[in-house]
Design a protein around this ligand. Structure first.
Ligand SMILES: Nc1nc2c(c(=O)[nH]1)N[C@H]1C(S)=C(S)[C@@H](COP(=O)(O)OP(=O)(O)OC[C@H]3O[C@@H](n4cnc5c(N)ncnc54)[C@H](O)[C@@H]3O)O[C@H]1N2
Ligand code: MOO
Length: 397
């Protein structure tokens, strides 16, 4: 019998295995890069802003008032220097501030008569023009490699001169659902259960930032069909093949024999965590990973956050996901030598355990924010701090 590996060590082992084979960078146009990962640090290609910029509509003036109007600078114009004291140009918000400018006067603070302007520049904390490079100097690193690309990152990259970003591609994933007892439509009964995972997991995999290239299920409970399904996922180009069910050693559990037939090597084979301990990650001779997720549906989700997320982080050059902390709003039991991942909701800044958390149930999970982590050998006491493994929400991890 295989000895389960500690939960924290399992996360690191799959992360390292993914990192070791992370695909190299590809250039991706900015508008297509959302959800991918920066393969290189984002270094600004210019000073930000790239030229001194007026932040108001008004007058750029040189020397003491009054100032004679000698021109106009709109956003997009290249400003000529103000060469002489007592002159000014009309300037628009976003306009390039001319060399020689000593003050900017807002239009509402000025009086114009016969081509001459008078007025007082404001002396507030926020100046009325932005100095060249005040946000960043050309060559400065703004974000490290491994940063998830969000709309904010895309906007920043455009601001500092990028047309494409050097990205880690989205991992290609597949889902194979094992189990002869599964119904794919209608109301369950008489020994048949509805397949809860076939409809749910492609969405999870997409939210985790992957391209889902193949979904098959239910795959029949024979060794031959399991091997054929795994081969078809490999042929579809999947780098991470998630399977559900069949992780144990029952009469129709064929995952382990199928992995053996394909020459797979275990990265992690069973984890000291409840629920979900039969979870595994194995690597095929071609480098692809198989994530064996236990069939009990809550356990499947435990395995996704415990193993698949760290694996995907490694494959995309992201750091191992760090875990936030929460204060427990009630006692949560430990699970002896195993880590307990306990479903919780968040209210009033505290984590509250939910009901209906059997490993076969999804009722508690569907209303939870994530899992509080009760380490091996410990109990979770109300008022103490625990780590939190979030369930994926609308955001990518
Ligand atoms: N002799 C032992 N038996 C079991 C043990 C054990 O320690 N000794 N552990 C139990 C635990 S814990 C888990 S978790 C399961 C893991 O089993 P498998 O990964 O082999 O999964 P299956 O046997 O195929 O299914 C388990 C359970 O989940 C239901 N299921 C499966 N797929 C789906 C799906 N897509 N949608 C909804 N429900 C699904 C299935 O009908 C079973 O009820 O092993 C225990 N056994
Ligand atoms: O690993 Mo099982 O998850 O306790 O149902």
């Amino acid at each position: 019998m295989t000895l389960p590996i500690a939960w924290a060590a399992a996360r690191e082992a799959v992360f390292e295995a993914g990192s070791a084979v992370a695909p190299g960078p590809v250039p991706v146009p900015l508008v297509e890069s959302d959800g991918l990962t920066l393969a290189e640090p984002l270094v600004t290609l210019t000073d930000l802003p790239a030229f001194p910029t007026s932040s108001v509509d008004g007058w750029a003036a040189r020397g003491p008032a009054p100032w004679r109007i000698v021109g106009r600078v709109l956003a997009g114009d290249t400003a000529k220097p103000l060469a002489v004291d007592g002159t000014c140009v009309e300037i628009a918000t976003g306009g390039m501030v001319p060399d020689g400018t000593t003050a900017i006067v807002r239009v509402e603070d000025s009086v114009t008569t016969d081509g001459m302007v008078t007025g007082e520049p404001r002396r507030g904390k926020i100046p009325d023009w932005r100095r060249r490079g005040e946000e960043a100097a050309a060559g400065e690193e703004l974000l490290p490699a491994g940063t998830p690309i969000t709309p904010g990152v895309i906007g920043l990259a455009a601001s500092c001169g990028y047309d494409t970003l050097s990205c880690r591609p989205a991992p290609r994933t597949a889902l194979l659902v094992f189990g002869d007892e599964l119904l794919t439509a209608g109301v369950p009964g008489d020994g048949r259960v509805r397949d809860a995972l076939g409809p749910a997991l492609p969405s999870w995999l997409r939210r985790a930032g992957t391209d889902v290239v193949r979904v098959r299920g239910p795959v029949a409970d024979t060794l031959e069909d399991h091997v054929a399904a795994l081969r078809s996922a490999i042929d579809a180009g999947a780098q991470v093949i998630c399977t559900t069910g069949g992780t144990m050693h029952g009469p129709v559990d064929h995952l382990h024999p199928a992995l053996a037939e394909l020459g797979a090597r275990y990265v992690v084979n069973t984890v000291a965590v409840r629920p979900g301990f039969p979870m595994l990650v194995a690597q095929l001779p071609g480098g692809q990973f198989v994530a064996g997720l236990p069939g009990n549906p809550q356990s499947t989700f435990v395995a996704l956050v415990s193993l698949v997320l760290p694996l995907l982080a490694g494959l995309t050059g992201r750091p191992l996901p760090t875990l936030g902390t929460v204060t427990l709003g009630a006692d949560v039991p430990g699970r002896g030598d195993f880590t307990h991942l306990a479903l919780v909701t968040l209210a009033d800044g505290r984590a509250h355990p939910v009901a209906h958390v059997g490993s076969s149930m999804l009722r508690g999970l569907a209303r939870s924010a994530g899992f509080a982590v009760i380490p091996p050998g410990a109990e979770g006491h109300e008022g103490t701090v625990a780590q939190l493994v979030p369930l994926l929400d609308g955001d990518r991890p």
